[in-house]
Design a protein around this ligand. Structure first.
Ligand code: EPU
Length: 336
């Protein structure tokens, strides 16, 4: 079924709780509905919306927001070591993680409690605690609006990288993700190297899927604001990837500066949260918006803020970090 709303209020559709509107919002249940939606030519301006957890509306959206509504998880194949599931795009990511943990399936547990839908996860290759969605995504079912065709991409076709994929590059503005296949493991494969995760798990007893999920949820709850209470979109900035020399310079100035390896050995990844924190902006407030007091990577709407106010704050944070460290930090959030 296809449901269409004109002048749609977006406050329910974005975790920043910004009160903007869209000229048109189309919600659809079945992948085939997209044939009808795009059949008579593409809507002039459109954007595929998931749970609205990684988006900032800065003005009225004059085009059409296309939003999948179907939820559900089904097992599509199983062998001695793995189970492959197909998950509908509008399924809450964390419902899928909980489903896997209940069935003793490994691979999704470090990604517990990440807000958002399964259909949005491949776009920015969501990640946390040393794991990324790319590690379990097997295939992605999409509708290509240019070719007006339903297609399936394998994991390698998606060109996943740190908070990046083909959906943010060559296929940007061209596809709607309708469902995702994930391949989970039946054998224990704990991934506890990140930060103090291992200590948090051991505090709870054995290294079980339940204890890992519980520990990840507890760490996230202690650092990240609940979007139901305080509007935000998780990390507002990506961790910057810089030349190794720049990382070494910062480390020499302050040995507590976190420097992680990057995919390219000539580069390294810095912690944007640390840079913002050390630049003195953690807990900084400008009217109705601010930098979260427990995690400097997160910008928050204290209530009633416009997207423009969030952007002004983001620019200020970028300027201060550039001035203090000479490092450019880029938004992770999609800005419309
Ligand atoms: N740090 C500070 N001050 C802060 C925040 C962080 O000094 O205010 C330091 C921490 O002490 C640590 C380092 O910076 O040494 C990294 O911090 P953390 O481990 O909290 O992770 P992160 O780099 O800030 C990334 C993801 C998060 C994910 C966490 C946990 C990005 C942009 N963000 O944050 O993802 O939950 O790792 O794995 O990669 C999201 O994308 O919305 C998100 C929350």
């Amino acid at each position: 079924m296809i449901r269409e709303t004109t002048d749609a209020p977006l406050v329910r559709h974005n975790s920043f709780h910004v009160e903007e509107t869209a000229a048109r919002l189309i919600e659809f249940d079945r992948a085939e509905d997209l044939d009808a939606i795009f059949g008579r030519g593409r809507p002039e301006m459109w954007y595929a919306l998931g749970g609205g957890n990684n988006i900032l509306f800065t003005h009225r959206f004059e085009g059409t927001l296309i939003k999948p509504a179907a939820t559900g998880i089904e097992v599509i194949c199983e062998d001695a070591d793995t189970v492959t599931i197909r998950v509908e795009a509008a399924t809450e990511w964390d419902d899928m993680v909980a489903w896997c943990v209940e069935r003793e399936l490994w691979g999704a547990e470090n990604l517990s409690l990440i807000p958002g839908t399964v259909g949005a996860a491949p776009v920015q290759n969501i990640g946390a605690y040393g794991a990324e969605a790319a590690g379990i995504i097997y295939r992605v079912h999409i509708y290509d609006t240019q070719r007006r065709e339903h297609m399936t991409l394998g994991n390698a076709d998606c060109r996943f990288a740190y908070r990046d994929s083909i959906f943010k590059r060559e296929l940007r503005g061209r596809t709607v993700i309708t469902s995702v296949e994930m391949r989970l493991g039946k054998r224990p494969a704990p991934n506890l190297a990140y930060g103090d995760l291992i200590a948090q798990v051991e505090e709870r007893g054995d290294v079980t899927l339940h204890n890992i999920r519980d520990a990840v949820c507890a760490i996230r709850r202690s650092k990240l604001p609940d979007t139901d209470i305080l509007g935000n979109a998780g990390s507002f900035f990506k961790n910057p990837i810089v030349n190794r020399a720049a990382g070494e310079r910062l480390r020499a100035e302050d040995p507590s500066c976190p420097v992680y390896p990057a995919a390219d050995p000539a580069k390294c990844k810095l912690a944007a949260g640390w840079l913002i924190d050390r630049a003195g902006l953690k807990g900084y407030r400008a009217g109705r918006v601010g930098v979260h007091e427990r995690q400097a990577l997160v910008l928050v709407n204290f209530g009633g803020a416009t997207g423009g106010e969030v952007i002004a704050l983001a620019r200020h944070v970028q300027d201060v970090v550039r001035g203090r460290f000479g490092v450019e930090i880029e938004p992770e959030v999609n800005i419309l």
